[in-house]
Design a protein around this ligand. Sequence first.
Ligand SMILES: Nc1ncnc2c1ncn2[C@@H]1O[C@H](COP(=O)(O)OP(=O)(O)OP(=O)(O)O)[C@@H](O)[C@H]1O
Ligand SMILES: [Mg+2]
Length: 318
Amino acid sequence: MTNLAIAANGLRKSYGDKVVLDGVDLAVPEGTIFSLLGPNGAGKTTAVKIFSTLISADAGVIHVGGHDLATDPQAVRAAIGVTGQFSAVDGLITGEENMLLMADLHHLSRREGRRTAAELLERFDLTEAAKKPASTYSGGMKRRLDIAMTLVGSPRIIFLDEPTTGLDPRSRHNMWQIIRELVSDGVTVFLTTQYLEEADELADRIAVLDDGKIAAEGTAEELKRLIPGGHVRLRFADPAAYQSAVLALREVTRDDEALALQLPSDGSQRELRSILDWLDSAGIEADELTVHTPDLDDVFFALTGGGDVPDQSKETVR
Ligand SMILES: Nc1ncnc2c1ncn2[C@@H]1O[C@H](COP(=O)(O)OP(=O)(O)OP(=O)(O)O)[C@@H](O)[C@H]1O
Ligand SMILES: [Mg+2]
């Protein structure tokens, strides 16, 4: 267990007869960012609550920070910090008072508590607002305060349940920066998110939770390779050029209305070159060539909910 911050085997949890987690295995190496994705109600928050000892699992062997969750929850608690999906900030008191409250919970001395609070408020750009009631903070400021509060005990493993939901793009990017800095200090981050772009941007590894099970796990690149959908799209301005390309290429998907053709492709340089060579030798010159590699949205739709794979409409805007 030495180099795993979180290890779960056969994790199960039901509420009544509703099975939420149906045998989940996860391994999160120390000092990495792991992202758990899944549709609403998939069980992400449930998993975070179990790993952070807030609720207990029905079955499974789980180690967090090298400690067995079942036999040593106290040691787990000492190693972790949790920022819940819903803010833990008390709006009636100031940002600083919220921080001092956390310092108290961690049994820091008054002096140490004040020092830590001041440091973290500074780091999260909240010094100016520190003496104002937290209810007056913007969503982004509250979220930053939330995370600052989580860091009071210097946890080595941090659980962030949808840390950027509701934040504007700039605040989201700031939060990403904060998360990256945490990891560069050696902290492990377990993150749930609704934003696939966020997982793509931040996570070393991603697991997709669906129907109580891990539907897929890997790096963003590995997950994207799991599903088909990569292709090269050729668009023609001239209907005659389009028609001759159709005749020359045959094995392609046609879009007669847009005068566009799609060729399956993994998007690699080698394959693109051979496609280009082939087009050249066939004397085909498209007016526009775009490469579509599947993104995490495609993966998400393909893997979760047994639902509909999205249509290709988004490509027409490219
Ligand atoms: N205390 C509870 N009692 C009964 N059912 C619960 C309880 N907590 C969660 N559930 C159910 O467990 C399932 C998973 O909930 P959970 O909050 O873990 O999902 P989630 O993946 O975090 O969803 P979201 O993306 O909406 O935050 C849901 O069907 C939910 O209704
Ligand atoms: Mg949740």
